[in-house]
Ligand binder design. Structure first.
Ligand SMILES: Cc1ncc(COP(=O)(O)O)c(C=O)c1O
Length: 405
């Protein structure tokens, strides 16, 4: 993304032209950025040749998943729907892992039928469910045990998952007990120890603590895990001034861990692969000046992008046409939804804008479209992908008539 003569371009496409053709609000993704992220991720961990299972919860567009499968990525899914999406996108079942605390009988049955690599279990009750289904099918099912390492990921509290107060995973004691009970099971094949401590992690220290917790389980249980699934969580740079993760320190530590334990590593990244590849294109409907605040009312709402309302996530908003006329007044960029939390950003000053101007909300590729809803009975936005000098629609805009049927 860059400005040429004050006009915004994404991969050589004028954003105003994209908007003219596809309308607003629309999500636009860059294939070039996606490719760059995948290659960077692989490079950062090239010493250990990991299996990279893209976290489908961060973005479940079939076309995007299909592009990722062409780069050799697998998938981390958390529902039957996501598993279906991954299979439809031609992701190899042998590269799919299934996480989540509440897998139903039907979901477990479907996962077994499709011969996925691993079901990462999160409770004894879930293990008993799998055991029952496996017995019925007379099959040995590959499972992982998700450890709750009680590590603070030092990220937003709503997206922390590795503390004992979080609902995820099993304690070290529970993991060891389960191993002792089921290591010789005819129906359960414990292949993996998994963990995921949270999202938007920008400090490598929690990861080092997490590796220590994994090592403790390996040492205490004296059990050989073929796979160690270290989850995802790598943070991205939503704000240029914020620190991003020190991959080198994380990668060096993982390499040592692999050497010591002779295991294969699985990663489940979402945000770090797709986050900065997505742009939400919107149009200013009205500008409402009050004595203190200039409200920029755009046609994208919290139903299109939930993250700011949900956990005050920060996303930059930039104009498609730059000018030098700055207005020094508080600006609130808000959507049309009847909720006060339908607000994307507040800034102290901004360039002069007018009704009808186009704006772009940045870094919305992860947890953007997937969290969208029909709240206020608004149709979901369109999705387009720029790939190799072409632009494709990869998801139609919903029709109101279809929603209210
Ligand atoms: C189990 C699991 N794996 C992977 C991820 C992906 O995390 P991220 O998008 O931060 O890489 C998540 C998201 O919270 C998750 O819950």
């Amino acid at each position: 993304m860059n400005y040429i003569k004050n006009k915004l371009f994404i991969d050589k496409f004028s954003v105003d032209k994209i908007i003219k053709k596809f309308g607003t609000p629309s999500y636009c993704y860059s294939y070039d950025e996606l490719k760059k992220n995948v290659l960077n991720f692989k490079k950062n961990f090239n010493k250990i040749n990991p299996l990279i299972c893209f976290s489908v919860k961060s973005n479940n567009n079939i076309k995007i998943l299909n592009e990722l499968s062409k780069f050799g990525l697998g998938a981390d899914v958390v529902s039957k729907g996501e598993l279906l999406a991954a299979l439809k996108a031609k992701i190899n079942p042998n590269k799919i892992v299934f996480s989540g605390v509440g897998k139903t009988y039907d979901e477990i049955d479907f996962a077994i039928k499709n011969k996925i690599l691993l079901i990462n279990t999160e409770s004894l009750s879930e293990i008993l469910s799998i055991l029952k289904i496996a017995k019925k099918k007379q099959k040995r099912v590959n499972i992982g045990l998700r450890l709750n390492p009680n590590v603070d990921a030092k990220t937003i509290k709503e997206i922390t998952t590795g503390k004992i107060s979080n609902k995820f995973g099993l304690t070290e004691t529970e993991v060891i007990k389960i191993i002792n009970q089921y290591k010789k099971s005819k129906y359960l094949n414990i292949k993996c120890l998994s963990v995921h401590i949270g999202s938007q992690i920008t400090n490598h220290v929690p990861y080092l603590k997490m590796l220590k917790a994994l090592q403790n389980v390996i040492d205490k249980s004296k059990f050989y895990f073929e796979y160690i699934d270290v989850g995802g969580g790598m943070g991205i740079n939503y704000n240029n001034s914020r620190q991003i993760l020190n991959y080198k320190k994380y990668s060096d530590k993982i390499s040592k861990f692999v050497k010591k334990n002779k295991v294969k590593i699985i990663f489940e990244p979402g945000r770090s692969i797709i986050g900065n590849t997505g742009y939400l294109l919107a149009k200013i409907i009205y500008i409402k000046d009050t004595t203190k605040i200039r409200f920029i009312i755009i046609d994208a709402g919290m139903n299109d992008l939930m993250r700011p309302a949900l956990y005050k996530a920060y996303h930059r908003i930039i104009p498609t046409k730059k000018n030098r006329n700055k207005i020094f007044k508080l600006h609130d960029f808000v959507g049309p939804i009847c909720e006060t939390t339908d607000k994307f950003l507040t800034v102290k000053s901004y360039q002069k804008l007018k009704e009808g101007d186009n704006l772009v909300i940045l870094d919305v590729g992860a947890y953007g479209k997937v969290l969208s809803s029909n709240y206020n009975l608004r149709e979901n936005s369109k999705e387009v992908l720029i790939k190799k000098s072409k632009i494709f629609q990869i998801k139609k805009r919903q029709k109101i008539e279809d929603i209210i049927q």
